[in-house]
Design a protein around this ligand. Structure first.
Ligand code: HEC
Length: 195
């Protein structure tokens, strides 16, 4: 593959001149490159090493259902481009959006984010995760476990784990903004895959 750092694969120029189609192509390219890298075919320093965090979701999310029709800017997650991937348990209900009652235990939603540099190249940023734990596991966060993994594979933190207190801001915003959707907030309608 000669789309080295996933700039030439798709977009030129920084947002907002990048079209949705270009963003999608860029995103697909980055996923391919990441897979190639993890298979030992490429080594690109700029590509994320979320898998190196030791958290299985760091790589597994790529096979989950992507509910974002195209990458979109998430202002609440660093103003980066984002998509939302649901594991098989979460995928059963995430697409109900505002009609969702509750996320079943074991449901995980992953939000990989990326930015486009002045050089027109794309860079993975933070991987955000929400996992629904058993009832009573984490009363302060409505039993959601929030995790953030930095591009180098280090953990920003995880509810009930490393830097748990420092991760409370995730729960605070999600709980405060949710209206009967089990703290899920969803992307704007125009970016949703509709089932
Ligand atoms: C200031 C508010 C705010 C903060 C802080 C915040 N989020 Fe979110 N989160 C949102 C909103 C709004 C959405 C839906 C829109 C979007 O994707 O940008 C969302 C969506 C998500 C999703 C996709 C599931 C869903 O709700 O639809 C995940 C996963 C997620 N956030 C994880 C995190 C993690 C982990 C943190 C902390 C590191 C965090 N968030 C901090 C507001 C926030």
């Amino acid at each position: 593959m000669d789309c080295a750092a996933c700039g030439p694969c798709a977009a030129g120029g920084p947002p907002p001149e990048v079209s949705d189609e270009e963003l999608q192509a860029l995103y697909d390219c980055m996923i391919e490159m990441t897979e190639a890298m993890e298979a030992g075919e490429e080594s690109q320093a700029i590509l994320a090493s979320w898998s190196e965090s030791g958290r299985e979701e760091g790589g597994a999310f790529r096979n989950w259902t992507n509910f974002a029709s195209t990458p979109y800017i998430s202002f609440t997650h660093g103003e980066r481009f984002a998509t939302n991937h649901a594991n098989p348990i979460a995928a059963e209900v995430y697409g109900l959006y505002e009609d969702i009652d509750a996320m079943p235990v074991g449901g995980i939603v992953a939000k990989p984010t990326f930015s486009i540099g002045d050089d027109g190249q794309a860079y993975w940023e933070t991987l955000f995760l929400m996992e629904k734990a058993e009832a009573g596991a984490s009363p302060d966060t409505n039993d959601w476990i929030y995790t953030a993994i930095m591009p180098d594979g280090s953990l920003m933190g995880r509810t009930l784990g490393e830097n748990s207190d420092g991760m409370y801001f995730c729960a605070a915003c999600h709980m405060g903004s949710s209206d009967g959707t089990d703290d899920l907030l969803f992307m704007e309608e125009q970016y949703r895959v509709q089932n």
